[in-house]
Design a protein around this ligand. Sequence first.
Ligand code: ADP
Ligand code: MG
Length: 704
Amino acid sequence: MQLSTPIEQITRVGPIYQKRLKKLGIKTVGDLLLHLPHRYEDFSNISPIAKVKINETCCLQGKILEIKTIRTFRKRMSITEAVITDATGAVKAVWFNQPYLVNVLKPKDNICLVGKIVSDKYGLCLSNPAYEKLGEGELTHTGRIISIYPETSGLSSRWLRYVIKQVLINSLNETKEILPDKVIKEHRLLPLKNALWQVHFPDSMSLAQKARERFSFEGLFVLSLWILMERNKISSKKAFAVPLNLALVQRFVKSLPFKLTDAQKKATWQILKDIEKPRPMNRLLEGDVGSGKTVVATIAALNLMRAGYQTVIMAPTEILAKQHFKTVSKLLEGFKLDVGLLTGKEDKFVSKKLNNDTIEISRKKLLEKALHNEINILIGTHALIQDQVKFEKLGLVILDEQHRFGVEQRAKLTKQETLPHLLSMTATPIPRTLALTIYGDLDLSLIKELPKGRKKVITKVVPPIDRNKTYSFIKKEVRKGRQVFVICPRIEAKRSDLDGKKVGPQSWSEVKAVKEEYEKLSKKVFPDLRVGILHGKLAMKEKERTMRDFHNKKTDILVSTSVVEVGVDIPNASVMLIEGAERFGLAQLHQFRGRVGRSKYQSYCFLFTDSPSRKTNQRLKALITCDNGFELAEKDLQIRGPGDFSGQRQWGIPDIAMASLKDMSLIEKTRTAAKQLLEEDPKLKKYPALQDKLKVFQERIHLE
Ligand code: ADP
Ligand code: MG
């Protein structure tokens, strides 16, 4: 067995377990071995039976005197009882509903037990202890430091320990060290094999810690290498040098109904300067919700079009793609160019000759137009990166909230030799430390100011007793003609409910929360107002109708999931109400808040929380005073760690590296180490194991 061996080839991992492992993203032996425990329990001290105390969790070793199973028919239960003795005394162990134990454990067997001492009517006993026979090799589950894995339905820590141990025994001889010797020595890291044993079956707590440190280092090191290599790869490629058409840009800016902010101007300039060069641009445009990134991107696309090149804009959802299509074609009215829309699910494709109206054309025609440079800007969803979509002269790829797009993906879109320029837009404020690591291969343009004249959104944390007051306030706002968003968080469903179901941001548990809230608001709280509902499980047509109705003021209140659907622009909305606010990160709450306050009306953000914890409420209160997404993101990072940033899945970073992203000094260390290695060996020719690791990493990061 090697690290790349698929889990299907591990003996004793049947189809059911394969499925459960895959749900955790574990596809290979290597993945399984990097599924790390999240904590340890130390049962290395064996207590003499005579010394055990009630309520104590302890580890005992002794001989089984007798063992039997009793069935209680009334309660339909089976109870297995054993008496264990050691040199100091005897104690009873009791297991419920595990009748097979009498076939596994026999009188005279020497065993090791870990469990809690409770008292029943006959005295002290061990309740449902973990057990293991002695004399069958090294202990795995008892009598040592044992690893506890994150709880997942259907995968117990006991099962994982068992399988991981088999894998370690059978695969480690063939496992090659990934990190260069020099790096291991310089940073005093545990070598791979040793670290794998110690992280799962540690000899001491400090060795477990050392092992984890090694994997954190490795994770960030590989990430840094990948990012630096990606950067080198891109700068060795050619791109179309697009001359700046200043007169055209000025004419466009004059045509806008508003003045660009200084930040917008600066970002635009940086982009236009980048694409003048014959090297591919690789730029991240980061700005709060409503800061006006779309206009900036549109200027770039316009400039390209006049030079004869095409632009593609990719949005994360169909709703957003359609919105971009509308916005961009509206902004470019009077500049005579063709804008197309291509989405996946639906077989409807629209093209717009701007002096005509929007017309529908077949997908086939749309693709032909892309291929023959008869479409200047093509906007769409992921459907755009399917194989059939090829451009004749693609000059620029604009990504909205997509984060990652590699050289290969860029190249795939074109027939040409050159690489298109890349502009990635995000409203997710990412702290600098993180940006350096995750986007180290991108240049950064920041839009830190909002357009002038926007009123600050008034934010309130609302305790349960003030709920009704807030509802009355909302009624008043609606009477004034305003509209309201209500966002519901995902509710934790019972574990058994989720078995076998996909647990994602659009899992039914979130849908259920939205439906319940919708029922409550439409029937009980606001029976005389028009309430709409939006979630991921609705059919596309339905979603569209809901959005259209809200946009056309045919509904007053829109109850929605926390996902992307709220990315739409409804300037008339003045209230953002968030249920279960404590479940969201500050930066995400700030994003929701950005959906209101987009017009001249005073807007409000109400954070509903049922959490009595003062700490939680203190955290939420940061939103009242702070309306800077970057600061809030920093706070999130410090309080809750990096796992909270939306879109983290798209970064495709291993969990262990994710967890280390808070650690600035480790980030710097690994980055320096990666740089040094690449200076010495830019293609990593001397490190085949590291190359393999990067290959896997790369495949994954682009699959996300
Ligand atoms: P983002 O994509 O950054 O969230 P948008 O580009 O959608 O923001 O812009 C939000 C709204 O602000 C749009 O309605 C847009 O027309 C408007 N807008 C953009 N720039 C300005 C500006 N400089 N002044 C006033 N309004 C602006
Ligand atoms: Mg936007």
